[in-house]
Ligand binder design. Structure first.
Ligand code: FES
Length: 97
């Protein structure tokens, strides 16, 4: 799957193998960070990760999605992940109130 990510410096495109039947957006971001690009900034909450805190909110194909909970359709060939609305701190990290 091709994954476009709107970052602070522009849009990067990554190739991510779908190793599971269904990956969350967070699984995809973790894969990119671990295996491809260690400079990618995104919010990861080690003790939440289950749609409670709301801090991992991103925009997936134009709609808001919690990265830790939203499962990506494995049939899609391309997705686009952008920061959620708000002031961007870096890449997918937005200022939290
Ligand atoms: S990490 Fe808390 S809602 Fe996703």
């Amino acid at each position: 799957m091709k994954v476009e990510i709107v970052r602070s410096h522009g849009t990067d495109v990554y190739e991510v193998p779908l190793e599971q039947d269904s990956m969350t957006v967070m699984d995809i971001l973790d894969y990119i960070y671990t295996h491809v690009d260690h400079t990618l900034a995104y919010y990861k909450h080690s003790t939440c990760n289950q749609a409670i805190c709301g801090r991992c909110l991103v925009t997936l194909d134009g709609k808001p999605a919690l990265a830790c909970a939203h499962r990506v359709d494995p049939m899609k060939e391309r997705i686009r992940i952008a920061p959620a609305r708000g002031r961007v701190v870096r890449d997918l990290v937005i200022e939290q109130d």
